[in-house]
Each structure stands twice: as C-alpha cells, then as structure tokens.
Design a binder for this molecule. Structure first.
Ligand SMILES: [Zn+2]
Length: 205
C-alpha cells in the first residue's frame, strides 16, 4: 500500500487515512469529484485487501511469524473464550497503550503511568511492577515443562505464540501458562505479586 500523497514520515496520518477511507467527512461539504475519488480509493483498497495483496497490518509488523502455528495455539489453548480474546488483542497489538495512543496523538506522552518507562504491550506483560520476577518464574516453569533452560524460552512468546511443541500436551500446557500470564498481567495492577500470580494459575488449572 503506497499511502498516496501522504509522506511516509507521518505514518500515523497514513494509518488514519487508510482506516477511515470509507467514513464520509463531516466537517465540510466535498465536491462530487473529491467524493468519487474517495469512494474509488476505498473500494480499491477493500478489493486489494480481499484479494490478499494487502497484508493485514499485524502481518506487516511481524513479518517472520509462523501464523499457522500461532492461530492453532490460540485456538487450542485450554482457557475460557474471554481469555483467548484478550490474548488475540495482545497478539494484534490493539491494546490502547500510551505508546500506541501517543503515536496517533491521543495521549500527550508514551510513558507508563506507573513507572514512566515507555508503555508498550511488552512492557505491561513482561516488565512493569513485578513483571520481571513473574516473567522469570514463568520461564522457569516453562523450562521444566519443555525440558530446557529458562534462557531458551523466548520473551516474544506471550505476544507471538508461534511455537510447535511435541507432544501436543506440552504445547497445550505452554499455551495455558502464557494465556494465564497475559490474563493476569493485563487485568490486575502491575504491583500484583508473584504469589498472587501463582494463586491465579492454581485457580485456572
Ligand atoms: Zn510501567
């Protein structure tokens, strides 16, 4: 997608332009010619999207992802539907973090309200508050499940669960653990302790 006449440097404008192409302007009347052009651009964009020549935004953000494995893992995870939805949102990077809101000028700063690090999804899940401790503990448990060492467990897995693990039971245990990590980190304050997290895990088993 070329983005038309909007320069690449102001990517957020291109994004708004792309996502709002079919919303008619409300601030001032437009000429027929402008309206036709808008409609044409919209239909063209939608047809290209349908034809698959325009990738999903997330595919462009994560170009080397094994999407088949990722969707299978999300689908097969033994957690309630609402937790899968939460995980889906994390994978798609559609959580309104301050980093994301700031990029489209809807927040004055990209800083986390708790610790002033940049408020990204990775920050919320892995770092903020007791995140590092919880992350390390989770890696140690996963290493036990997978017969490996904690440093072999990628930090990307929570936001990009593209692993294929045999046997399937281990794959499901891994997904269950990661999905519960997401649920805990996205729905409880960053100050939630490791003990609280372990309790949440026990209850969801
Ligand atoms: Zn923080």
């Amino acid at each position: 997608m070329g983005g038309g006449e909007i320069p690449a440097a102001i990517d957020y404008l291109r994004r708004i332009h792309r996502e709002s192409a079919y919303v008619p302007p409300y601030d001032k009347p437009v000429t027929n010619r402008v309206n036709k052009r808008r409609l044409y651009t919209t239909v063209h964009t939608m047809m290209r999207a349908e034809a698959g020549s325009q990738e999903l935004r997330i595919s462009r953000l994560k170009p080397n992802t094994h999407w088949g494995a990722l969707w299978r893992n999300l689908h097969d995870t033994p957690v309630p539907q609402r937790e899968k939805v939460e995980w889906y949102k994390v994978i798609h990077d559609i959580i309104p973090t301050h980093d994301r809101l700031n990029r489209i000028r809807l927040a004055p700063s990209n800083k986390c309200q708790t610790c002033s690090e940049p408020d990204t999804i990775a920050h919320r899940i892995l770092d903020c508050g007791n995140g590092r401790r919880i992350r390390q503990w989770t890696k140690e448990r996963l290493a036990q499940i997978l017969n490996t060492t904690p440093d072999q467990i990628p930090d990307e897995w929570p936001a990009c669960p593209q692993y294929i693990i045999r046997p399937q039971r281990r794959n499901r245990d891994t997904s269950w653990m990661l999905a519960t990590l997401i649920t805990c980190r996205m729905n409880t304050p960053p100050t939630t302790t490791l003990q609280d997290y372990i309790e949440i895990l026990k209850r969801s088993r």
